[in-house]
Write a protein that binds this ligand. Structure first.
Ligand code: AMP
Length: 516
């Protein structure tokens, strides 16, 4: 019937609409990783995206609402994005500026990253103070000479110069580089800022102290005889040298011999010898159930040796990878999926133990600066301890970012203030703990594994945080976000973190049968 045909044609023409772009939303800087759009048109338009006038993407889609999604966009992705919608009735275009992150600054040692005016201000202050001190000295000498040696301040003779050497109680060589006087470094109870101009590598200033706590006497580093150590096999390699499984005699009053892990330092340079001694002194003073037990050193001859308790399952990063969904074991040369995947309760148990070690470190006013799963060790029954204080930089060298000549920074674990100003505090350790949680819930993935180091710096300093891992409950991700607050003071406290972990664990009973 011609009437019916005309009727349908009219209906069809009524519904024909040329394309229009009703929404093209500028991404919110730092937080958005997509450009939202809405288009209209009938028939459905074909969508084309242009970036800097080049075709980026062509959509042949029914979607009229959607999102041009980016995976971790950086400043390289900033620019104009044009959407072109076409159907046979016409075309529509619209452009939006995508500003994802600012171009980052160069990360060079602190002295260079400080604002020039800060530097000038610092120099001016130093000069003023020096002049003031000179004037005071001259006045003081004048008074001493004029009124004789009986000062009303009770000082007899010239003012004493405090020497670090005399303070120390440690039997090992006392480390005093003549740069810092121990215990004068802290800008606050937990705040340590070091001037990078004076030393080539980032040092943990606490290594410069004689013992970890200036008010507490330092324990003596125990010496173990070389003949009491029998090497069995290699366990791994750290920045100082190889790590071996060994048997050690006469270490325990109850056992004739015991298994230990020994770290060796072969042909040490003077600087390496000093680092070795510092770590030994430091470790002797840190004693806690979630800090790896340090038994002592063997320094008679070569190589120098440090003796630790043996943690059967090695470092936590390797352990997580071995108990993740991608882990394979080889049976007769054939890969076979392992069944020992970690569950939620075990992950929480691991995290709560690291938090326990960190509470202890914070109570000692010790800032670790390099907390990461590679620096934790796993023993029997899923026992986890913080196990490395600055010696793991070789095998995991891709986890560190080299700035300047020797400085290696674990930037993927560092908060913005540590990256930008080299400020390391108990709060920056809490940030790293958040990253440890992320590592645990991703079975040992490298944080920001998709990004190069300079892109990581860009993301962290401009406020982007790691995404929620697939298996991670909301409560745990909220905890991570609490560790990653930009303002250090707003971050969660490590004691509260441990309480939260305990509460979550109560809701999820721990099954430890995965390990012997
Ligand atoms: P490190 O020098 O501490 O980085 O150690 C290098 C590697 O040796 C680690 O990744 C571990 O796999 C292993 N290792 C270090 N200390 C121990 C230990 N106490 N018990 C068992 N394995 C260890």
């Amino acid at each position: 019937d011609p009437n019916i045909i005309v009727f349908w044609w009219c209906c069809y023409l009524l519904f024909l609409v040329p394309p229009s772009i009703v929404k093209l939303k500028e991404p919110e800087r730092r937080h958005d990783t997509c450009i939202e759009f809405t288009v209209r048109g009938s028939p459905h338009p074909t969508l084309q995206w242009f970036y800097k006038d080049k075709v980026l993407l062509i959509h042949m889609t029914d979607y009229i609402e959607g999102c041009l999604t980016f995976k971790n966009p950086t400043h390289h992705n900033n620019g104009n994005y044009t959407l072109k919608a076409t159907n046979y009735l016409g075309e529509a275009t619209s452009t939006v500026y995508g500003h994802f992150l600012n171009k980052p600054f160069d990360v060079t040692p602190t002295a260079e990253t400080q604002k020039p005016e800060d530097h000038t201000f610092g120099v001016t202050m130093a000069v003023c103070l020096a002049v003031f001190a000179c004037v005071m000295l001259v006045v003081l000498f004048f008074f001493i000479n004029k009124y004789g040696r009986h000062s009303k301040f009770g000082m007899k003779g010239p003012v004493a110069v405090i020497s670090g050497e005399e303070d120390s109680a440690s039997p090992l060589h006392h480390v005093n580089h003549g740069i810092f006087s121990p215990c004068t470094l802290e800008a606050g109870p937990d705040t340590v800022v070091i001037g990078m101009t004076q030393i080539p590598v980032i040092e943990n200033p606490q290594y410069f102290r004689h013992g970890h706590n200036c008010n507490k006497p330092t324990a003596y580093v125990q010496h173990i005889k070389r003949r009491d150590i029998i090497l069995k096999r290699e366990l791994g390699e750290g920045a100082f040298g190889k790590v071996f499984l060994a048997e050690c005699y006469n270490l325990s009053p109850t056992k004739d011999k015991m298994l230990v892990a020994v770290k060796t330092l072969k042909d040490p340079t003077l600087a390496a010898r000093k680092d070795f001694q510092r770590e030994a002194e430091l470790l002797t003073n840190l004693q806690h159930e979630h800090i790896v037990k340090f038994y002592g050193v063997c320094v008679d001859g070569d190589p120098l040796i440090m003796v630790f308790e043996y943690m059967k399952h090695g470092d936590l990063n390797k352990f997580l990878r071995a108990h993740g969904p991608d882990a394979m074991i080889l049976v007769d040369g054939q890969p076979l999926q392992t069944s020992g995947e970690l569950g939620l309760s075990q992950m929480l148990h691991i995290a709560s133990q690291i938090a326990g070690g960190m509470i202890y470190l914070a109570s000692q006013h010790f800032v670790h600066r390099d907390l990461a799963t590679r620096n934790c060790l796993v023993g029997n029954g899923l026992l986890v301890k913080i196990g490395d204080f600055g010696m793991s930089r070789d095998i995991y060298s891709t986890d560190y970012y080299r700035v300047g000549g020797h400085t290696m920074l674990p930037i993927r674990w560092m908060p913005p203030e540590s990256i930008m100003y080299r400020k390391f505090t108990t709060e920056s350790d809490v940030w790293s703990f958040g990253v440890i949680l992320w590592e645990i819930f991703t079975y040992g993935k490298q944080p920001w594994f998709q990004l190069a180091n300079n892109e990581v710096i860009e993301c962290i300093t401009q406020g982007r945080v790691l995404e929620r891992p697939q298996l991670c409950p909301k409560e745990v991700y909220d905890m991570m976000l609490g560790c990653w607050q930009r303002e250090p003071q707003q971050r969660l406290n490590i004691k509260d973190i441990q309480k939260m972990l305990f509460t979550l664990m109560k809701a999820t009973p721990v099954y430890l049968d995965i390990l012997g």
